[in-house]
Design a protein around this ligand. Structure first.
Ligand code: CDV
Length: 316
């Protein structure tokens, strides 16, 4: 039996600082309706899809910072998206800033959720690779304060949903081979990734002209080397004076792009993705059991209080 997911890219154009959650959710709902009309089962929205990309500003007051965060999901403002998901039978991936409490302390994460076709949250992921810096750096044209505003997540997992094994990552995660490989080792068949990537890279301006190329390069390599579909979705365009790349696309386990957005605004594009196509790569070129050589990679793992080599042998 062949397993297909009809996946829609739900690329967003800019969100202004003054835009309300209600306005943004209305845009997300409109795209979900369009995706449904095109036959989608799942729509993927970007990272931090409910607000402007606020880490570009230095803030000190908890009240101001927390105004960009969600205390619950669904919330009163996001409930219409969940209701529409249930009505249309379209699941979604949504990135947002999460404010929670752990041991009586407030903790902030850069989070994404996976919602099934019945409007129920079936997976949650917290961004592991947080880019940028902690303090105000006035030499930059704009700040990138993710390290200040977020605590890093601590794991990559795979959720059984939409008839397959679905993984999530967020923006900077897509540049790291480990992101795909850790989920690849769990048998992932589709990795969903939302991103906000300014064209200008302050610490490395020589890379500005390569920002779209590096986006594609990372995701195509991750797909091919792990025999998985990869769905990357941008918040694109000029937002509060900062230009961000588009380039949202769906990549097959062959590494080939099968659908992409062509604007830097709100745009839906769709592809029919055969999850069984992953097996062709997973059982041949990237048959991990047959061809990986973890003992040669110098990897060590912790298991039940013991430190072991990746092949399970004792370290000493
Ligand atoms: N939101 C991000 O994680 N952006 C980074 C930028 C700072 C390079 C990215 O990897 O696209």
């Amino acid at each position: 039996m062949t397993r297909f997911i009809h996946v829609a890219l739900g690329q967003l154009g800019p969100i202004a600082r003054a835009d309300t959650r209600v306005q943004v959710v209305a845009r997300l709902c409109e795209m979900m309706r369009e995706a449904h009309a095109c036959g989608a089962h799942l729509i993927v929205y970007p990272e931090l899809a409910l607000t402007t990309f606020f880490p570009r500003w230095y803030m000190d007051s908890d009240g101001e910072i927390n105004s960009f965060f969600e205390r619950e999901m669904p919330s009163a403002e996001t409930l219409p998206l969940f209701a529409l998901s249930r009505e249309l039978g379209v699941g979604f991936y949504l990135g947002y800033a999460e404010l929670t409490s752990e041991n009586g302390r407030q903790v902030r994460y850069n989070t994404s959720i996976l919602v099934d076709r019945g409007g129920t949250i079936v997976g949650k992921y917290r961004k592991v690779h947080l880019p940028g810096h902690y303090e105000h750096e006035p030499w930059r044209r704009f700040q990138h304060l993710e390290k200040r505003y977020f605590t890093p997540g601590d794991r990559f997992g795979v959720t059984e949903a939409f008839g397959g094994k679905i993984g999530m990552a967020i923006c900077n995660d897509r540049r790291w081979a480990e992101t795909y490989r850790v989920m690849g080792l769990q048998g992932v068949e589709m990795v969903l990734i939302g991103y906000n990537t300014p064209v200008h890279n302050a610490p490395a301006p020589a890379h500005d002209d390569l920002s779209l190329f590096h986006n594609q390069l990372s995701m195509q390599a991750g797909a091919y080397q792990n025999g998985t579909w990869v769905v990357g979705v941008a918040k694109a365009g000029i937002e509060e004076g900062v230009d961000s790349i588009g380039g949202s696309c769906i990549i097959a386990p062959s590494g080939e792009v099968v659908a992409s957005c062509i604007t830097k605004g709100d745009e839906v594009a769709i592809a029919r993705c055969d999850l069984d196509f992953c097996a062709l790569y997973k059982r041949t070129t990237f048959n991990f059991d047959l061809h990986r050589q973890p003992h040669a990679y110098g990897m060590i793992v912790e298991r039940k209080g013991e430190t072991l080599r990746a092949d399970g042998s004792p370290l000493g």
